[in-house]
Design a protein around this ligand. Sequence first.
Ligand code: ATP
Ligand code: MG
Length: 425
Amino acid sequence: MKIQAINGFKDILPEAVGRWQYIERQARDIFARFGFQEIRMPILEKTELFVRSIGEATDVVEKEMYTFADKGITMRPEATASVMRAFIEHGLHVQQPVQRLYTIGPMFRHERPQKGRLRQFHQLDAEIIGAAEPRVDAELIAMGQMLLDELGLTVSLELNSLGCPICRPPFKERLVLFLAERHQALCDDCRRRTHTNPLRVLDCKKESCRAVVQEAPSLLEVLCPDCDRHFTEVRSALEELGIVFSINRFMVRGLDYYTRTTFEFLTADLGAQAAVGAGGRYDGLIEQLGGPSLSGIGFAMGLERLALLMEQQQNRLIPAKSMDIFVAALGMTTVAFSGQLTHALRQQGAKAAIDYSGRSLKAQLKQAGRVNARFTLIVGEDEWARGEAILRDMQTQKQQPVLLSGPIEEQARSLFAMIQTAARP
Ligand code: ATP
Ligand code: MG
């Protein structure tokens, strides 16, 4: 019996990794433009951290977490809680009142695996801690949009406000009353949610529930003056930056810690996996976790979904893997020298490949083609005995003799310089 990977856990094969690295490189570059620094946290955290931040009555905590019950430990289902834990634990605000942090890594949720929905998935996560101005919300959203733009992806942006501990509770009460009156029309989950997490009913995907909530009261109409002003200013700041968005009053997000601004980047190209990225403000979270009273806002994007979209929308070509040079040692007497030369070429910075089998030129040229080598250095026994080899341009098929003399580092340096010059268009 062959052992296979666990359902919902996926290998990212070399042919796909190029795309992943491209996305990550692009993200790191853009995050740096916005003054973000990277932070890396452990994958395991105390279960309590997620229960207290994400919230007891959320899908993630109720049924999606991988928890080692006997140890009180959970594999992180998202990054924000861990970033906040680390932020508080190390008192990062003391050195610098406003922190811009990002992290990239695997997250774990026990969900039904589908295209773009895995049990181990990967997020790009960005957080701004210690700044409450609406322009910060717009700036963070604009950064997410810039990344999607530079990846060549077409997505739509939806925006909502979830209010704050002043205006949300009275709204919740109104909503519970409204839902209780329509109990019969709701799905089983939403009947339960009416009492555990009524806001979640607003974004239930079931047709019957959607019909019910169309008539539901809107939180946007009863925001307190501060939240209302904040939302208005976020919208105009986004407009100033030329960011296109629409308002979706049914968007509630699956995590309890959100306040005020929430947003999602959506696509119609991934079926039910519509959200490519999502985030929002979480002004009470840090205090709730025992830290200082600081506001925060962040977003997370799913790398699997970004990679799938790139594949599907196909408007960016990822450079194929390639080697600068393939060293073809013909005959066993030249193998040792060829190995030394290859090593010296790599020390010079060249991407160099070699075949140690001593097999035929034809077989080795084929191999050079497979690794996409720009040049092949043919080290034949007779030529090598004369201190020579042949350099073949794999694009033009032109060949030229090269002299092999002096110390091996010198040979590698001049050879690398030669192919760099020759490769220039
Ligand atoms: P969804 O509605 O698709 O379940 P979510 O609201 O649970 O998403 P968030 O917790 O906001 O997702 O996480 C941010 C991003 O992480 C999502 O927009 C998505 O791109 C990605 N993501 C979340 N869960 C998964 C998963 N199980 N597999 C792959 N990507 C995921
Ligand atoms: Mg989810």
